[in-house]
Design a binder for this molecule. Structure first.
Ligand code: SAH
Length: 378
């Protein structure tokens, strides 16, 4: 299906030549009028994908407990910026706030900042927070969040929406994969003629002996964002929690995909109407953190993380006051979040902290739990 955005991109390529995969993603997702994330609330059962906080209140509650623990770990500062990148419908924050209202001093210290490009979602986020009696500041970019207090940051399914660039192994070396036009004006992949300087950003382990035609992905946008977050944490103290589907080994091939109404479609099929994402190279994000001098916890699978934070105990507490149908829903939501063949393994969790702060809960220490105060029924 040709969309208005597809026609624009075709004209652009015809005039100025093939574009990078990152340019293509940026237009498809963030074009000011026609981009996917500028036009429609895509998150939720009626949209194109369902995220962890929309599956169960337990996700946001446990993340809330994690954030409160980090606040305590850095000495309970009287004021802290709580930033969410891409808050979707605002569900995670609402659940996190409800679960932590019993933590003395925490809510009074919080100054909420939302980084969001979609105006419709911004309005939903403010409405959701208002119903919890909170106000927040919205920004288009993380860099616009004031930098004069410690930082707590959460990003769930945000990094997968950032543009990636792809490199293809060819005779001259790693060359950039481009998007051009075939003779019939259809979009088609092409390979830039010379090696790309981006190969410098790749981990040494993926450079050794790749087969011809191998594809690897680099996201300069994700790397520079993680670098900016880490620099703030180093300057002002704090912590960040990044959750996204991705891989830990930096050599995963082509992961660019389009989703339309819960179905995978071709990336050129409905440009601007479909969500375009790539798996996140979690190892590359972790390297960017340690290069900037901060410490990482993880990466670990979402299942192990949520279990370590006490999701099973939380589900048990919710079940005691549930009808049989509600109890079954709690169990199936938990399975969806933690089972290895659902979101438990594919979704990776990475935390950032300044080196003075002790390791975060949720990572690899068996038996450590952090049970949030009880909240209302689902
Ligand atoms: N975290 C939410 C939503 C994930 S979807 C949840 O878990 O439900 C991705 C979110 O990031 C959406 O809110 C989308 O509008 C926003 N977004 C995507 N690209 C963005 C960008 N470049 N800058 C700011 N927000 C962006």
């Amino acid at each position: 299906m040709s969309t208005a955005l597809a026609d624009r991109l075709r004209r652009r390529i015809a005039l100025t030549g093939p574009i990078t995969v990152a340019d293509f993603m940026l237009e498809a997702l963030a074009h000011p009028a026609l981009g996917y994330y500028r036009r429609a609330p895509a998150v939720g059962a009626a949209g194109d994908f369902v995220t962890a906080p929309e599956i169960s209140q337990m996700f946001g509650e446990l993340v809330g407990a994690w954030l409160a623990e980090r606040w305590m770990a850095i000495g309970q500062p009287a004021r802290i910026r709580l930033v969410e990148l891409g808050p979707g419908r605002g569900t995670l924050l609402v659940d996190a706030l409800r679960a932590t209202r019993g933590v003395p001093g925490f809510h009074a210290a919080l100054d909420l900042h939302l980084v969001e490009i979609d105006d419709t979602l911004r309005a939903l986020q403010h409405a959701a927070l208002a119903s919890s009696g909170r106000q927040a500041h919205s920004h288009t970019r993380f860099e616009d969040v004031p930098d004069d207090a410690p930082l707590l940051l959460i990003a769930n399914e945000f990094f997968d929406a950032l543009p990636i660039r792809q490199l293809v192994r060819a005779a001259p070396g790693w060359c950039e994969r481009m998007i051009g036009l075939a003779d019939d004006e259809a979009f088609a992949f092409a390979v830039a003629p010379g090696p790309s300087p981006l190969a410098r950003l790749l981990d040494a382990s993926v450079l050794a002996d790749p087969p011809d035609g191998a594809v690897i992905e680099v996201s300069p946008a994700a790397l520079s964002l993680v670098h900016a977050i880490t620099e703030r944490i180093m300057r002002q103290r704090g912590a960040a929690l990044i959750v996204d589907y991705g891989y830990d080994d930096s050599s995963h091939g082509d992961t660019l995909q389009a989703m339309y109404r819960h179905t995978k479609i071709g990336i050129f099929d409905r440009i601007g109407d479909s969500d375009l994402t790539a798996h996140v190279d979690i190892a590359a994000l972790a390297r960017a953190v340690t290069q900037a001098g901060a410490a990482v916890d993880g990466p670990t699978g979402q299942g192990d993380f949520l279990r370590a934070l006490g999701i099973e105990q939380r589900a048990q507490a919710l079940r005691t006051r549930a009808t049989p149908q509600q109890a079954a829903d709690i169990d199936s939501a938990m399975a969806r979040l933690i089972a290895p063949d659902r979101m438990g393994t594919l979704f990776r969790v990475l935390a950032v902290r300044d080196p003075l702060t002790p390791p975060a809960p949720g990572f690899a220490v068996a038996g450590m739990t952090c049970d949030p105060s009880s909240g209302p029924m689902p």
